[in-house]
Design a protein around this ligand. Structure first.
Ligand code: ADP
Ligand code: MG
Length: 254
């Protein structure tokens, strides 16, 4: 059974100014442990897709199932990470990272240990008592990711989490995040308009059309050499091939 399953999902926003048809007839499945990138033109409905999966909004048509159930919203932890890291300056890094656990009344000896181990493993333990403003952009994104992982989500939704970072930082944070997700054996959907990011991080790339987003193509990404980091993949021969395929796919119909 796939972890996540979308079956003919459509969605329109209704507001006073009218109707915005955002997603049309989207179907796909995600297996446990997969890393999926979602790409498509700006404003096509990528963030809407993540909001639907997270359960913030419900589809007008079609169904979304997690572990076979469409009633997963009350029972399943879904991690949601956005472009802005939303770290609170008045809390230390540690207190930021455990915020979700506190809210859910799940901060105990065991979860505290897990958080401290992640801070250690991902190079932040020295900054546990620092304020977020003392961290670099890359460190802030790592802290935001640890906060998300602290809740032990079954599925991670990442909405352009690197787009506020400069190019250098972005390359190293991509490597960090990829290795963290692999080590923690997490399933993730990453929305990005950066094709290099999609091709260097994902197992599969979903290409959406302009609004209303339809699923135009699903591209399997495979590299001959196993266990390469996203940065290493960028200089592998397959990288350019997949990049060009995606580029053509996105520009063919615009
Ligand atoms: P993307 O993330 O691909 O840039 P979004 O999913 O954010 O696109 O938006 C898809 C479309 O839906 C856009 O035209 C956007 O203006 C519209 N939209 C997004 N959120 C709302 C909302 N809360 N109410 C009305 N329209 C919205
Ligand atoms: Mg968006």
């Amino acid at each position: 059974m796939p972890l996540l399953e979308l079956d003919h999902v459509s969605y329109s926003y209704h507001s006073k100014s009218g109707e915005t048809y955002a997603l049309s007839d989207i179907s796909f499945q995600v297996e446990k442990g997969e890393f999926i990138a979602v790409t498509g033109p700006s404003g096509c409905g990528k963030s809407t897709l993540l909001s639907l999966i997270s359960g913030l909004i419900a589809p007008n048509e079609g169904t979304i199932r997690l572990n076979g159930s469409s009633r997963y919203r009350e029972t399943t932890n879904i991690g949601y990470m956005l472009q802005k890291d939303h770290l609170f300056e008045w809390r230390s890094v540690y207190r930021n990272v455990v915020l979700g656990l506190e809210i859910q009344h799940r901060l105990n000896e065991e979860t505290d240990k897990h958080v401290r181990e992640m801070l250690e493993t991902y190079g932040l333990s020295r900054f546990a008592d620092a304020r977020p403003s003392e961290l670099s952009g890359g460190m802030r994104q790592r802290a935001a990711l640890i906060r998300t992982l602290a809740l032990d989500p079954e599925l991670l939704l990442l909405d352009e989490p690197f787009s506020a970072l400069d190019f250098q930082t972005r390359l190293s944070v991509c490597d960090d995040v990829a290795s963290i997700l692999e080590k923690e054996k997490k399933t993730a959907l990453l929305v990005t308009h950066d094709l290099s990011e999609a091709v260097s991080m994902a197992d599969r790339v979903l290409v959406l059309s302009s609004r209303p987003a339809r699923l135009r193509r699903i591209l399997d990404i495979r590299y001959d050499k196993p266990k390469m980091t996203p940065l290493e993949k960028r200089s592998a021969p397959e990288f350019q091939k997949y990049f060009n395929l995606l580029w053509k796919e996105l520009n063919a119909h615009e």
